[in-house]
Design a protein around this ligand. Structure first.
Ligand SMILES: Cc1cc2nc3c(=O)[nH]c(=O)nc-3n(C[C@H](O)[C@H](O)[C@H](O)COP(=O)(O)OP(=O)(O)OC[C@H]3O[C@@H](n4cnc5c(N)ncnc54)[C@H](O)[C@@H]3O)c2cc1C
Length: 434
């Protein structure tokens, strides 16, 4: 088990303690997925994270979804047990584990019933910190990472813009250095920024040069770790009313010559932001795939239990193959997507030390996994709603909430269509269509 320990100098860190074999007794929802083949560490993560999540029952998530209130105490509970540092270096107070374990954590959160809302309250702290941890300066890391791990600082990821959409290289928000060189002025608009209203830091991708100056488009963007000072007159935001995961706001964020210190730039020079952010994006796809799996397994568990218990025409509805077969097929789709997901996460982790695991291989695997898991989750959630009939539409039974949320991994962080474009072009060698 990982436990939080404080050494003599007051440094709080995570330490591994031997544990006995686990059987996931804390929640019946965690029993459907076949866990054969996972590492001992992944299974330990699953058990320990589920123990935290079990303190936040479905009624908690129902209420937070209905009232659109941030699950601040859920974030704090995971931070308290050190989970936000799962994939951050031990030298900075993290656990030093990989995306394979972080994906398991995110799946377990979603699968506990917290769904995408629970996952979105946490996940930017895990994936957006990857480029920061890899490319940030010592001062940046020491200033930000321990506070992120301890939950004092929440992070959001500011990439998407209304005018450029999926065409990240076309983003318009600019960061222009002041004449004295001490600051940048950020001007522009971001959209769909999850947790911006509760975050005090944003990983911001902004334009520091124009391709008109003779630079490649990929060299015109820079990544910053910026303070989000909501009281500044140069910064404003508003939440977007949305379909699901309403506990966690997604925001429009407006910058109007918003001043950030020049030390916010990640890396020694401007223009490396696109390459840096790719590092976080493959991790993000793995995490999102895990979250989709969690939604799918949660919905399938609930649907199977209901189909066993609910009796109509004098027999359980699950005795009808019209109910049983779609659920059985959904199970197989989830299991296949699970293999793809943890294969991608394993490759991501291996690529750090094994040069034969190229970024191309990781990208194909991570995109494929995100696509397959999102589709499997959506199919499963829809079937779960239909299995429960009228009760599938009732808030009390949760599947309607998960069904609404299952659209998120199909759209974000990259859409199904763009993944199909990517595989068509990069794997099949088909001409680029856009
Ligand atoms: C709940 C939620 C949370 C989010 N959180 C964040 C966040 O924290 N930070 C952040 O930066 N972003 C966030 N996003 C944004 C998300 O990453 C984008 O919505 C997503 O990348 C799609 O971009 P878009 O909405 O601009 O779609 P568009 O680019 O407008 O595309 C619209 C549709 O057209 C299709 N399309 C576009 N071009 C092509 C093409 N060449 N070929 C085929 N189809 C194409 C797309 O696949 C899509 O179906 C979030 C979104 C949601 C819904």
């Amino acid at each position: 088990m990982f436990r939080t320990v404080t050494n003599k100098s007051g440094h709080v860190g995570r330490t591994w303690f031997p544990r006995r074999r686990c059987w996931f007794s804390t929640s019946s929802f965690l029993q459907i997925m076949d866990t054969t083949g996972f590492t001992e560490t992944q299974l330990t993560v699953r058990e320990a994270v589920n123990a935290v999540c079990s303190k936040f029952p479905n009624t908690y998530w129902q209420a937070h979804d209905q009232n659109a209130t941030d699950p601040t105490d859920f974030h704090a509970a995971l931070a308290q047990d050190g989970w936000l540092g799962i994939a951050l270096p031990e030298s900075l107070g993290g656990s030093g584990l990989g995306i394979s374990e972080a994906t398991m954590m995110m799946q377990t959160i979603a699968e506990s019933g917290a769904g995408m809302a629970g996952a979105q309250a946490i996940h930017a702290n895990v994936y957006a910190t990857q480029p920061l941890a890899k490319f940030g300066s010592k001062e940046q890391l020491e200033e930000t990472i321990p506070d992120i791990i301890h939950g004092k600082t929440r992070v959001c990821f500011g990439v998407t813009e209304p005018n450029s959409g999926l065409n990240t290289l076309g983003l318009e928000t600019t960061a222009i250095k002041t004449e004295d060189g001490t600051a940048y002025l950020v001007t522009g608009q971001k959209i769909w920024i999850t947790c911006a209203q509760v975050a005090s830091k944003m990983l911001l991708l902004a334009r520091t040069a124009s391709p008109d100056d003779g630079r490649k488009p990929t060299q015109c963007l820079s990544l910053f770790c910026i303070p989000l000072n909501a009281s500044s007159p140069s910064l404003s935001m508003r939440p977007i009313p949305k379909m699901g995961a309403r506990a966690v706001a997604a925001n429009e964020v407006f910058f109007s010559a918003y001043a950030i210190p020049s030390s916010s730039l990640i890396g020694p020079t401007e223009g490396a932001g696109f390459a840096q952010i790719l590092h976080g994006m493959n991790a993000e796809r793995c995490l999102l795939a895990g979250e989709a799996l969690g939604l799918g397994y949660a919905a399938l568990s609930k649907a199977a239990a209901y189909a066993r218990d609910r009796s109509v025409f004098g027999r359980p509805i699950g005795m009808n193959q019209g109910i049983a077969h779609p659920l059985a097929a959904a199970y197989m789709q989830l299991e296949a997507a699970k293999l793809a997901t943890y294969h991608a996460a394993r490759l991501y982790d291996a690529s750090a030390t094994d040069a034969s695991v190229t970024q191309h291989v990781v990208g194909v695997a991570a995109n494929s996994a995100k696509y397959l898991a999102a589709e499997a989750a959506f199919t499963t959630c829809e079937r779960a709603v239909l299995t429960l009939g009228g009760m599938g539409y009732a808030v009390e039974y949760d599947v309607e909430r998960w069904y609404r949320e299952a659209l998120v991994p199909r759209i974000a962080p990259v859409s199904r269509e763009m993944i199909l474009n990517f595989v068509g072009e990069k794997v099949l060698g088909l001409p680029r269509s856009y």
